[in-house]
Design a protein around this ligand. Sequence first.
Ligand code: NAP
Length: 246
Amino acid sequence: MKLKDKVALVTGGSRGIGRGVALALAREGASLVACARSLNEAHLVAEEAKGLGVDAIAVKADVGHPDEVAALIQACLDRFDRLDILVNNAGITKDTLLVRMKDEDWEQVLAVNLSGAFYCIRAALKPMLKQRSGRIINITSVVGVMGNVGQANYVASKAGLIGLTKAAAREVASRGITVNAIAPGFIATDMTGSLHEDLRLSILARIPLGRFGTPEDVAACVCFLSSEEAGYITGQVIHINGGMWM
Ligand code: NAP
């Protein structure tokens, strides 16, 4: 129960990595705000967290809209009166080759994955600066460092998120707030579930540890970065990829 008395907000906390992160933080004792566009799914995670003995709410919000993000942070403050841990996890893909990429494919992915994190950080910093403490953890991706064919929009958003992490980390370090990024490799979720079997096997062949990652692999690192013990770590990108990129 390392995170007892802490309040955590997880965007995209209804499925996949975000669900795993939300429940792991709850297991460590943190009160939880689970956010997604689909309230029903986020609600199920909040109920599951309550079953672990913490207080939890679900909030419907599209992080790509600053007004909805402002309302999301306000809902957290109305219920818990503070915010200690922000996990910017909400993300989407719209994969296609560059020459076929439509303006909206580019804009939507940047709006959710990068602008969404910016809106959340900006709004979350108000209570965190007042508290003079906080943990911000941005879920980027290994492809934000490696690049990838057919994902120029996604890769740009994830590389941008790494830059945002470092700039924010420098800006708020003196106020006791740390900002880090986690770059997962291939994690088995809905996002990767639709990939063709041949592609999945070729990716698996490039993972030295010989398996795909799980949401729990990522969640364990989020819990550590959220803890007091990680207080001297900021502006870093932690890779969780089974060794597929070193
Ligand atoms: P996922 O299974 O597709 O889940 C995405 C989550 O984000 C859902 O809860 C979804 O709920 C929410 N979401 C999507 N758009 C949103 C928006 N505009 N506003 C609020 N919530 C939104 O994805 P995942 O695989 O768990 O990925 C989670 C994060 O890890 C993403 O940022 C992804 O880029 C990153 N990542 C994943 C992998 C991987 O291999 N899976 C690897 C590297 C990085 P709603 O649809 O209801 O909104």
